[in-house]
Design a protein around this ligand. Structure first.
Ligand SMILES: Nc1nc2c(ncn2[C@@H]2O[C@H](COP(=O)(O)OP(=O)(O)OP(=O)(O)O)[C@@H](O)[C@H]2O)c(=O)[nH]1
Ligand SMILES: [Mg+2]
Length: 322
């Protein structure tokens, strides 16, 4: 049984509409991975969480789990993962390159502690900027109890991208796991032998309910996923105003001072002397309002916010990230 080197799915040449299809059963990639890699032509598949959880339940309880958390998109709860993973956890915050410069290492400690996860160690990395990858390898080797180490996390947190960097920097292998903007890119376990004493196993990501990445079209997805360092957008609101982010979300505010941490590619427009009805939140200046998949808003003063969106999003408050 051949598996696709890009996403881990078992290859088949019988049904073009089923996962793992390839015309040539001896090829390394399924057609979906081939098209993502060569034509940026994404095909959305949504693997449900039960399928992923069943895979995660099979992880050897002795193995070290590297929990990859997108620093820009920290989930409200890790209960789903906590329920199945009882292993030692190395907590890895990914995509450090997207953070504004005010964000420094010291704050990671406070964030990690607020997550309700027990972990043996933690660090901040960036695959794009090759930041802290040596330290990551050092910590993996230091904390592993068996030769198998698993990369686990929510979809799009950057697990496969990180493993590709490790393959490139630390092995002579010619493997390249498929990565993409779309959720559920990795579809099954992919084992990579780094050396005689270490195999890293990539896993499909879990989906977070109420996250924008699962509900928007590809065009929007391209814009909402930040590719470069985020330039925080500061808005001083006098009177009642609406701040509209693309056609995704409208924020209603009165006399307040806010900072948006969202992808630079998103267009923000303002309407003056206007109010809307929608979901209401009261925030203090030490809290952020998180819009999963889009980013977050921080507040300079106590603020009342009204949010209107056509998407079903799990918007929540948390302690300030930055
Ligand atoms: N800016 C930035 N983007 C990254 C980094 N790592 C990954 N990404 C982007 O994040 C998106 C998702 O990356 P993947 O590696 O496919 O994520 P994954 O966790 O393997 O996702 P699933 O396979 O769906 O679970 C891609 O668009 C990557 O380019 C990083 O260090 N910095
Ligand atoms: Mg992946």
């Amino acid at each position: 049984m051949n598996k696709c080197h890009g996403c881990g799915i078992v290859l088949q040449d019988e049904d073009i509409n089923k996962l793992g299809f390839t015309k040539n059963i001896d090829s390394e990639l399924c057609e979906r991975c081939f098209r993502i890699k060569h034509y940026n032509d994404y095909k959305r598949v949504i693997k449900d969480n039960n399928y992923v959880l069943d895979l995660l339940k099979r992880i050897d309880p002795e193995a070290l789990v590297v929990l990859v958390v997108d620093i820009i998109n920290i989930s409200e709860t890790f209960e789903l993962i906590n329920n199945v993973i009882k292993n030692d956890i190395l907590l890895v915050f990914s995509k450090a390159d997207l953070l504004p410069s005010e964000m420094y290492e010291g704050k990671i400690d406070r964030i990690a502690k607020s997550l309700n996860i027990s972990y043996v160690d933690k660090l901040l990395v960036s695959s794009n900027k090759n930041y802290n990858l040596d330290l990551l390898m050092k910590k993996i080797n230091q904390h592993k109890k068996t030769n198998n180490v698993y990369f686990v996390g929510f979809s799009n947190s950057g697990k496969s991208t990180l493993l590709n960097k490790i393959i490139y920097d630390y092995t002579d292998l010619n493997e390249n796991i498929t990565t993409s903007l779309l959720p559920s890119t990795t579809l099954d376990l992919i084992e990579i032998k780094i050396d005689d004493d270490l195999a890293i196993i990539d896993t499909p990501g879990l989906l977070e309910e109420g996250n924008l990445i699962d509900v928007v079209d590809q065009n929007h997805l391209n814009k909402i996923m930040p590719k470069k360092k985020i330039n925080p957008k500061v808005y001083q609101v006098k009177g009642s105003q609406l701040i509209n982010i693309e056609d995704i979300i409208t924020i209603g505010l009165t006399d307040s001072n806010i900072v948006l941490y969202i992808s630079n590619a998103l267009k923000v427009t303002r309407e003056y002397n206007k109010k809307i009805n929608g979901l209401e939140f009261d925030l203090n200046k030490d809290e952020d309002l998180v819009i999963p998949g889009l980013g977050f808003i921080s507040f300079k003063t106590k603020t009342h916010v009204v949010i209107k969106t056509n998407y079903k999003l799990n918007i929540f408050k948390r302690n300030k990230l930055i």
